[in-house]
Design a protein around this ligand. Sequence first.
Ligand code: ADP
Ligand code: MG
Length: 319
Amino acid sequence: MALSEFELIDRFFTRIDAGVVERSEPDAVSTANSVAVGIGDDCAVLSLASGERMAVSVDTLVEGVHFLPAIHPADLAWRAVAVAASDLAAMGARPVAMTLALTLPQVDAGWLADFRSGLVDVSRFCALPLVGGDTTRGPLTLSVQVMGALPQDKSLLRRGAKVGDRVVVSGCLGDGGAALALLKGQWQTTPEHQQYLRQRFFRPHPQLVLGQQLLHCAHSAIDISDGLLADVGHIARASGVGIELEATSVPLSDALLSHPDRQQALAWALRGGDDYQLCYTLAESVKLPQGSYIVGRVVAGSGVRCDDGSDRAAGYRHF
Ligand code: ADP
Ligand code: MG
């Protein structure tokens, strides 16, 4: 390695501060900056307001398993953080900080500079300063740990859905699955739609602002990482309820609708992964947040039923 480990960390991983600056007095808590001690000591120290609780989650991406070697390093950094931050969004947590454990096959300054630029961008977008991590040599692997703050007396969990709630999604589904198939050369569309799908895949936008809103009004929530059907299944199970989905109500992007096979498009929306929208349940009386779509109902019972609209007379399809 031309660079020492210390130089590498200093050059590529410090000052990724989400636009906030490290403060010297650990006691003066402000909501804008919870970082009392950042990179450079044995631990980072984070300040929470009194009465707050911390939400913590970690996600690992392994080359060849979670991403292809061809991915641009800036996109890789964005995706790794965005995927982890999506879990904070699903909990309604206010982003506080992140750490990054990075395993690199070799030190490539050009690669690291690109990776850093993606990290800086996503750190700002998610309001997550990088406060620590670990750097080791080995097959390319990234673990991003995210931390968020929650009020003592409020939580937004998978359990909590109530019979009669509307099941709501925060935006178009299926783009992740469609983008992956596009990247694998399995179908083609117009340059504009391709551009949109690539962006959705490589630069997902975790719904952090919406999540914090939902903390105060939704009964349950989850982020859609494994496909709508699988993820509402988690809400149903955790809440001890059934969920009925109306497939024809699931919002699909113009890019997804440009796929020649509508059934395939719908399959991506229902079963494809990597969308990173939120799915949540909301009492009838609560105003629907802007940009959200009602896709179903919480019912008594268990499991997920999906009316795919193609054969209503035949009743529900069971999953
Ligand atoms: P230690 O041996 O105490 O774990 P390290 O030498 O691993 O310390 O790291 C030195 C400092 O740099 C620590 O504050 C650590 O959190 C930080 N750090 C190491 N690698 C990374 C990384 N990839 N991203 C962000 N911070 C890092
Ligand atoms: Mg270490």
